[in-house]
Write a protein that binds this ligand. Structure first.
Ligand SMILES: [Mg+2]
Length: 256
């Protein structure tokens, strides 16, 4: 069968994070959050009543709350919205100064800074670039769907590693509002690739339950890239005859 398109996942499919652990993620986020405080000071939002420690604690609590809700409802709560929520609650409690002058552009900037440490850590697999290049040469459409709470961070990383140009369409849960495995994020992407109603000719490649089950719900083919390490609390993928690969370059075996 002639494959017309691929929809890739980002994390641990096209890019990897060295020595991943929950602790490392949190460390990275904390580093970003501390940097974002500088902006709040610059914008004269910060007040002496607020300590760095209490701000970090409050932010972590909100993030946890939104994360749990996103898992339950499959709705994404972008990082920019968490910042907005935290600042609004601090204002309500009269802990900080006026925030009327903080616009969406600033909230997006705060989110970008928050994820900046993570941005430095993710790198493409050795074979990623060449694989995308070959698919491009074969005129196969390429899209990316990532469950990520800040769209710009994904765009920045693709650009930084000079692979953005290979994609016909880049989508994130932050931008779409829903997370994988919601089938609609796949169907929307398919339309944007110009492959609406071509589900038989498109393969989703990812390393997680959300990718494989999402593909199944959208009636798309799928290939599981088997990760070397397991994440905590990972969902079992109950799909029979699942096609598996160990390296991203192996997807080339599925195209003519
Ligand atoms: Mg992944």
């Amino acid at each position: 069968m002639k494959i017309k398109g691929f929809i890739f996942d980002f994390g641990f499919t096209l890019f990897y994070f060295d020595n991943p652990s929950v602790e490392k993620y949190y460390e990275c986020f904390k580093e970003g959050l501390i940097k974002s405080i500088d902006i709040l000071k610059e914008k004269q939002v910060w007040s002496e009543e607020l300590t760095e420690e209490s701000f970090i604690k409050r932010f972590a609590k909100k993030r946890e709350h939104f994360f749990r809700r996103s898992i339950k409802t499959k709705t994404e709560f972008p990082t920019s919205l968490i910042f907005q929520n935290v600042l609004e609650s601090l204002k309500e409690e009269n802990i900080i100064n006026n925030i009327d002058h903080i616009d969406m552009k600033t909230y997006n900037k705060l989110a970008e800074i928050y994820h900046s440490c993570e941005e430095d850590e993710w790198e493409p697999f050795e074979e990623t670039r060449e694989t995308l290049k070959i698919l491009n040469k074969k005129n196969i459409k390429i899209a990316l769907i990532s469950n990520h709470p800040n769209h710009q961070t994904i765009e920045n990383m693709l650009k930084k590693h000079k692979v953005a140009k290979f994609f016909d369409f880049i989508m994130t849960s932050a931008k779409y509002g829903k997370r994988k495995p919601d089938p609609n994020i796949f169907l929307y992407t398919l339309e944007k690739m110009g492959l609406k109603n071509q589900t038989d000719f498109v393969i989703v490649c990812g390393d997680e339950y959300a990718d494989i089950i999402g593909a199944q719900r959208a009636n798309l083919q799928s290939i599981l890239l088997e990760r070397k390490y397991k994440f905590p609390f990972e969902k079992e993928i109950e799909v029979s005859n699942i096609r598996k690969i160990n390296n991203i370059s192996e997807i080339l075996n599925f195209v003519e």
